[in-house]
Design a protein around this ligand. Sequence first.
Ligand code: AMP
Length: 297
Amino acid sequence: MGAPGSGKGTQAQRLVKQFNIPQISTGDILRKHRAEGTELGKRADAIMAKGLLVDDATMLDIIRDRVSQPDAADGFILDGFPRTQPQAEGLTKLMKELGTPIDSVVLFDVGDEELVRRISGRRTCSLCNKVFNIYTAPPATPATDCAEGSSEHQLFQRKDDEEATVKERLRVYEEKTRPVLSYYSGSGLLRTVRAEGALADITERLLKALAESVAPAPAAPKKSPAKKSAAKRRPVRRPAAKKKAKARPRPVVRRKKTAAKRAAAPKKKRSAVRSAKRLPARARKRAAKRPARRRAK
Ligand code: AMP
């Protein structure tokens, strides 16, 4: 999670290498549809150009289809999804259906000034799809890392990275996506990473956040301490209750003894009351009535 330009895509690409699982970028999927001129691509084109969001049902269909592919069987990194509350809820439902719960949600925290600098400097290689930034992360020349083997990356600026569209995208992020953060912080999944500075430092912070959020997962108790302590207390309470039930007949015997003593020696009244106090409530009531009757006699 994070505003446009917060570095989600760049860091996701680094995680792909680290974990050998695919990056699923909904923005990339839509751009591919647009480039291929599919019906969805044509529909999305106008929406993306305005910096708005494609409808939730379409996005959930895209995700359902993509996460079901074999290369995602061992896990995946979602980049740019979910972006709205219904998408987040739809994702939770989908993950439950597939039996693959979300391990971690990471928010990339970047100041507004830096966001603008990043977006305006962002360039993508049309050959290998790698993302660069002419200010902060320019490509090496000659290129040695173009997956298409070119000695030079063919850089272009995304249409929606132009100034007017960027403003709208930031507004849409605040309105539709930021509220989703509380959905994840509420479930304890959200980790925030300061995403400014050197790329390698951000990756390090990201890996640390992932380790923190993924590692406690097996130790479910940590996530819900209240529930665990309740669960822990339960077995202790039950035997205690059983003991009380079994102990009930005992006071009856005692009560008979104290009643006899009381009749024989009225001065022992105080100790009789003390014994009665140890009796269960019902027995105590009965014991309390008896001396009164005797007094009346
Ligand atoms: P991105 O590359 O993630 O910044 O996405 C580029 C554009 O694709 C966005 O500005 C939206 O128009 C569209 N888009 C990407 N992901 C989503 C999504 N999860 N929900 C709706 N629209 C999306």
